[in-house]
Design a binder for this molecule. Structure first.
Ligand code: NAD
Length: 501
């Protein structure tokens, strides 16, 4: 394994696909009770394009009073929205999906400009948003509860599925619109009203979404308050009239939200960080592993909670795998989103995150790891980091245990199956994992032994709306996607009728 320089430079072509007009930007202010409300005297926050480092918009820094107004609107709307029959609620969700589809282009451009992500990734996000609303529109009509019956003499039991009431939502910056959709679609489908706080770094697509669907929902059903996590997010988590708080974000924010929610004993739903082990046995198809890692390790610049970031490979095939992986990574097209459809990797989302990822690399090198490819920043405008593969990583090194959340894949070796499983599980996070082998019995057994909410076999980072997504251990609890999300945002009530005569 030799150290090679990554030839990465940033592809920059004359801007074409991704210019934003003033009319593309959402209105300023919070979206409360069906309209955009100015926040008088509110401090404003610059929203920055991480590829150009230029400010592209401003949003209001919400205060507890804005949260109070939004929650009051959601409380006011909850009873009538809860009484809308499934067929009608389903039609609203389909109309939302149609509206997003009609505004596909502006949402792709906004998302790409705010996050720096390649257009292909932004398109995946908007496609996923549409499919999430369509799936939930169908699923909500098929939900049932257990059969009614007499379980005590002359008493008929009926089990009802009810909405929880008002659900507070806090979302991250890596897939701003898609993560909002993963929450909002099942929350609204289950008959709840909601207040969402997007990431302070990437609020534009969520606020635009509210503008686009404003006429499709009764006032107060969907509310958006922009601002900082420790102010707006924690006010939502602590609010006495919020019945559940759902967060996608880091482990630290998850802890803060759970603490803030504790006094009111509201339900908590947490989708937190990941550090996915990729367990490669000696009989795996190494070409398939390498080409899959090119996507699964570096998609969205590795800012992906399920990223294939921690390879554990059998020692007998480690050199062969690294050689193939390095060849794939060297070919990755790094560039600004406006450079075209061939771009695979964009900048990191912010200067602070760029510094954080580079700090992780410095620490990895200090601990003895070497870069087989990449290993540092890319010069010039924008928060670009070279796609990197770290080898010779000492056991227990921080880079194999902590979420780096950048374009960095580590490679460690193991000598037998038990060691592989033990080391794969020996991290505090348990969101996802993958197993690579052509031995069917081993694939079933190892998948069962891995402590992760999703385990792929001979694949990684493939998701579908029909199947649940969520973690174990420090990755949180609760499930996004699928009918399991509808369950999470509903409560069951037993009603018993005496009919003795
Ligand atoms: P973050 O935790 O910094 O921020 C997420 C959201 O939480 C933001 O809106 C932020 O304002 C808010 N927040 C911060 N402190 C808060 C507090 N004290 N109270 C309430 N809200 C608070 O995370 P991020 O950097 O935006 O996103 C990256 C993280 O999200 C990574 O750890 C990643 O793994 C995780 N993530 C997980 C999933 C998943 O499905 N499990 C999906 C995407 C991202």
């Amino acid at each position: 394994m030799s150290v090679t320089d990554h030839p990465a430079s940033v592809v920059r072509r004359p801007p074409n696909a991704i210019t934003l007009d003033a009319s593309d930007l959402p209105p300023a202010g919070h979206f409360i009770d069906g309209a955009f409300r100015e926040a008088p005297g509110a401090e404003l926050l610059d929203i920055v394009n991480p590829a150009s480092e230029e400010a592209i918009a401003k949003v209001a820094l919400g205060k507890a009073a804005d949260v109070d107004r939004a929650v009051a609107a959601a409380v006011e709307a909850r009873e009538s929205w809860a009484r809308v029959v499934p067929k009608e609620r389903s039609e609203v969700l389909h109309a939302i999906a149609d509206r997003v589809a009609k505004n596909y282009d502006v949402l792709v451009r906004l998302e790409s400009a705010n996050t720096g992500k390649p257009l292909s990734v932004a398109r995946d996000d908007v496609d996923g948003t549409i499919d999430t609303f369509r799936f939930m529109a169908g699923a909500l009509r098929a939900t049932t509860t257990m059969a009614a019956g007499d379980y005590a003499e002359s008493h008929l039991s009926v089990i009802l599925r009810e909405p929880l009431g008002v659900v507070g939502v806090v979302t991250p910056w890596n897939y701003p619109l898609l993560m909002a959709a993963w929450k909002l679609a099942p929350i609204l489908a289950a008959g709840n009203t909601t207040v969402i706080k997007p990431s302070e770094q990437t609020p534009l697509s969520t606020v635009k979404f509210a503008e686009l669907v404003a006429d499709l929902l009764p006032p107060g059903v969907l509310n958006v308050v922009t601002g900082l996590g420790p102010m707006v997010g924690s006010a939502l988590a602590a609010h006495a009239k919020v019945d559940m708080i759902a967060l996608t974000g880091s482990v630290g924010s998850g802890r803060a939200v759970a603490r803030a929610a504790a006094d009111t004993l509201k339900r908590v739903h947490l989708e937190l960080g990941g550090k996915a082990p990729v367990v490669v046995f000696e009989d795996a198809d190494l070409d398939l592993v390498a080409t899959s890692l090119r996507t699964a390790g570096f998609y969205n610049s590795g800012q992906e909670c399920g990223a294939a970031c921690r390879v554990l490979v059998h020692e007998s095939v480690a050199d062969q795998l690294v050689e193939r992986l390095v060849a794939q990574v060297r070919e990755l097209a790094v560039g600004t989103p406006d450079a075209g459809d061939d771009i695979e990797v964009g900048p990191l989302v912010s200067k602070a995150h760029y510094d954080r990822v580079l700090g992780h690399l410095d620490r990895a090198f200090a601990e003895g790891a070497r870069a087989a490819v990449g290993g540092g920043a890319i010069e010039g405008t924008g928060y670009f980091v070279q796609p990197t593969v770290l080898v010779d990583v000492p056991a227990g090194a921080a880079c194999t245990r902590e979420e780096i959340f950048g374009p960095v894949v580590t490679v460690e070796t193991f000598s037998d199956e038990n060691e592989a499983v033990q080391r794969a599980n020996d991290v505090p996070l348990g969101l996802s994992a993958s197993v690579w082998t052509n031995d069917a019995r081993r694939s079933h057994d190892v998948a069962a032994r891995l402590d992760a909410g999703t385990v792929w076999v001979n694949s990684h980072l493939v998701l579908a709306n029909e199947v649940p997504w969520g973690g174990f251990k420090g990755s949180g609890y609760g499930r996004d996607l699928s009918v399991y999300a509808l369950d999470d945002y509903s409560r069951t009530k037993h009603v018993m009728h005496y009919h003795g005569r």
